[in-house]
Design a protein around this ligand. Sequence first.
Ligand code: HEC
Length: 117
Amino acid sequence: MSIVSIPASAQMAVPKAKTVSGEKLFGQQCGACHATKPGEIRVGPSLAGIIGRKAASQRGYGYSPALRKSGLTWTRDSMDKWLTDSGTTVRGTTMVYSQADAAKRRAIIDYLNTLPR
Ligand code: HEC
């Protein structure tokens, strides 16, 4: 076992100028398929109030059997896995997306967290 000590400088917050805007990322990477207005269906379902909701629970949207059977609830954790690679998180989902950059995923999830139901 080894103990790794993290220098204080590495723990400092990211400077403002480098912060990625979750809203902007959402617009670029999700907005073509997802609305933020409740009930509005595009290729995918609306993501209004998605954090805290059960997966595949929006009425009027034809989810894949895979997502319906996933048993997931959208927490920050499950959303982070989903956005890392939707196809390995839920095999058989019709959403194909992967984002390897944790900071970008976090920014997108922060933005999703602001969307009211
Ligand atoms: C090319 C279109 C497309 C893009 C781009 C896309 N999605 Fe999706 N998304 C879908 C589809 C289609 C589904 C339904 C999947 C299913 O039923 O298996 C979905 C489902 C979801 C769900 C589950 C919704 C629910 O009600 O359970 C979440 C959460 C989600 N997407 C988030 C995102 C986020 C965040 C992004 C951007 C980072 C994104 N998606 C990008 C098409 C897309």
